[in-house]
Design a binder for this molecule. Structure first.
Ligand code: GLU
Length: 530
């Protein structure tokens, strides 16, 4: 039986690249009627956090990527967190020690850096080997355990890239147990993939050169290795790798523009407004750190939107899980035809490793927004309402306060013209709060003598209506639209008066949803005394 796994390190949120790795593993296992394992690789004690692990699980479930074994499912409690499996790793570490395939090494990080530097100066690559001259003697520092890589070429058949060979003289004796007693990623991944019965390891190409190391370990432990397939990375449209640095970069660009526009070169005003110490802003601008949460905070303070990178960013922007899943599936994989909208079932049916390309996939945000709009338009009212509520629970829009009936009406009104729930919720703020009037639109459509007369006449036509429903308002609205020489001219005055701008859903539906009081009071407020 085919068994795959997704093995994230809980050092941050689930990135779309990680989500794609999870998706391909899930699709491959499910396509073949196999099983999918979720394992949390938290052996880095400093960088791993429980919140990050919880966030990854939540995002996986939001995407509908369920696992057969892993946290909360199957097997032993905690058996899928590597930090809870130390005794298991120790057993195999001892085996390698006993067989003299592993040995203690004592160099400090500084010593290793110096050794690396010396090799660079001599234009030689640095390879740590057991038999190299100048190794530190026992007791010089806290010991790590290294694995003596076999002194032979290692070749394997990558299921996507074809044969890959690493020559004997390119191997390094990798650390397998750190000085804190924890196994390294390399060691834990091999032990777990073996013990969990993983048949296929599908992971990003950045791990390609780790695989020969892992194969060395499989051999030493006497185990048959799984199949390996390395997937192309996810790139932005401009050819840069999609990473969380895109956020800090965008924030810095926004800050530079803000500083000159607002004449706040030292960010003193911003520091006060955003309640962030000025030195912290200076350090961030000076690239002293890549703190994405700080980037987010500063960007919000200057009204700059940062690109979505993590699954939860897309969730907060109002993408539907199925649309994001469909889109991610096509980054680096193709079903072989020009088909783009593919349901989960179709993806499951069509998925194969053969459809994964060798070159980097491009993340086309415009296409994602288009695709999401298609999903919104195709969804049933119930599915749409449920997805909207999911979005409102993780975002902050006044639409969250609307009753279900109004949400349904607004979805109906906006679904033809929206790419994301975020866009819709933003455009629909005027239903709940006083509109932000667009000065240009007001000059053009509200304060002209003609528009003022339309507004007064509209008020006179609408005020007597008490049955504030589509049917009850239909004839009065028909008369409003017929005011003036050009049909619709009065509608534009009304639209700006009610919504603040020249674009809104159809007027009749808009005023029904707004309600009688708000509609009439906003018209009144826009009629200027002569
Ligand atoms: N924990 C590793 C990572 O998050 C997993 C790599 C692998 O799939 O082997 O990159």
């Amino acid at each position: 039986m085919i068994k795959t796994r997704f093995a994230p390190s809980p050092t941050g949120f689930l990135h779309v690249g990680g989500a794609r790795t999870a998706l391909f593993n899930w699709l491959f296992a499910r396509h073949h009627g196999g099983q999918f394992v979720l394992r949390i690789e938290d052996t880095d004690q400093v960088r791993s956090t429980a919140e990050s692990a919880a966030g990854i699980l939540e995002d996986m479930l939001w995407l509908g990527l369920n696992w057969d074994e892993g946290p909360q499912v199957g097997g032993k409690k905690n058996g899928y967190f590597q930090s809870m499996r130390l005794a298991i790793y120790e057993e195999y570490l001892q085996q390698l020690l006993k067989e003299d395939r592993a040995y203690e090494a004592y160099e400090s990080p500084q010593e290793l850096a110096a050794m690396r530097k010396a090799c660079e100066a001599a234009k030689r690559p640095f390879r740590y080997r057991r038999n190299m001259p100048g190794r530190s003697k026992a007791g010089a520092g806290p010991a790590v355990l290294r694995f003596e890589m076999p002194h032979e070429d290692i070749t394997f058949q990558d299921e996507i890239l074809g044969p890959i060979t690493v020559k004997a003289d390119e191997h390094d004796d990798i650390v397998i147990r750190k000085s804190d007693g924890f196994p390294t990623y390399h060691f834990a991944v091999v032990v777990d993939d073996h013990l969990m019965g993983i048949t296929h390891v599908l992971r990003a190409q950045e791990h390609l050169m780790n695989t020969p190391k892992h194969l060395g370990l499989y051999k030493a432990l006497g185990w048959t290795p799984p199949h390996h397939a390395h997937m192309p990375l996810v790139f932005n449209m401009d050819g840069t790798k999609m990473s969380k640095r895109d956020k800090t970069r965008a924030a810095r660009q926004g800050l530079a523009a803000y500083a000159s526009r607002q004449k706040d070169p030292d960010y003193r005003l911003l520091a006060e407004r955003a309640a962030v110490p000025v030195e912290v802003i200076a350090a961030f601008v000076g690239k002293k750190n890549e703190d994405t949460q700080l980037a987010q905070k500063l960007a919000a303070a200057i009204g700059v939107e940062l690109p979505e990178i993590d699954v939860q960013d897309f969730r907060r922007s109002g993408y539907m899980a199925d649309a994001l899943l469909n889109f991610i599936a096509l980054v680096g994989w193709s079903p072989g035809e020009d088909r783009e909208i593919l349901t989960r079932d179709q993806l499951l049916q069509l998925f194969s490793l053969g459809g994964i390309g060798k070159t980097n996939g491009r993340f086309d945000r415009k296409k994602l927004a288009w695709m999401n709009g298609e999903y919104i338009r195709a969804a049933s009212p119930d599915v749409l309402l449920q997805a909207l509520n999911g979005f409102l629970a993780v975002s902050d829009y006044p639409l969250a306060g609307a009753n279900e009936e109004l949400k349904r009406d607004l979805l109906e009104m906006y679904k033809e013209r929206t790419g994301t729930f975020g866009e819709m919720a933003h455009n629909a703020v005027f239903f709940f709060e006083e509109p932000q009037y667009d000065a240009k639109a007001v000059t053009k459509h509200v304060i002209t003598p003609e528009a003022q007369s339309f507004l007064s006449q509209s008020l006179a036509l609408l005020e007597p209506v008490h049955d504030w429903t589509l049917a009850g308002l239909e004839s009065a609205m028909e008369r409003v639209l017929s005011l003036g020489e050009k049909r619709g001219a009065a509608a534009q005055a009304l639209r700006v008066a009610l919504s603040g701008g020249p674009v809104s859903p159809p007027l009749l539906q808009t005023i029904v949803a707004l309600g009688r009081d708000r509609t009439l009071s906003r018209i009144k407020a826009n009629i200027r005394p002569t």
